[in-house]
Ligand binder design. Sequence first.
Ligand SMILES: [Zn+2]
Length: 195
Amino acid sequence: MKNEAVHILSLLGAGTVLVSVKPTKKTIAAAVGITLHENILGLEKPSVGVIYVNEKFLNKNFTYSEIRFILAHECAHIFNNHVIASTLWNLIEQALKGDNNENYDVVELLKFLFIFTSKSKLPPNAETLRNQEYEADRVGADVTGDLFSAISALSKLAGNDMNAPSHSWELFGNVVPAMTMGERLATLQAGMEMA
Ligand SMILES: [Zn+2]
């Protein structure tokens, strides 16, 4: 899997790929990493990070091409530096809530207000999360050149329940979906038709 990830990141444009693949049982796949889009310290556009995969689950339920899309989706998170924006939002939220969480209720209420006022019906942290997933899906399908496997992988992840939540955010300790698997599939298909 590591070789595949290195290959995909090179295709995306990373020059030096220092990405490792590690096992996880907590989730199906996840990634933490960053890519510098310039040459630095003698390294050509370095991409650094870790991709976590539940290899047993993937091999049991997904085809080789579907696994390749899932890997490409994680590589897209690393190549497009998604961890920076999502970490920033977490830091802002923690800072606003205060050292002793004294502003917790006010901040949660503000997040709730975004449901009415923002076009996405999401607070900015959840909107960022959602847009990053859409982007990673699109880049993943693009770089593998295999929209069919991307769609079948996402359908399997949904368990054929299009209303199944994909990623989520929290409001007053409640888990709220940022988007459904159906929305992810529809966005991917609409984006690829336009391209
Ligand atoms: Zn993702």
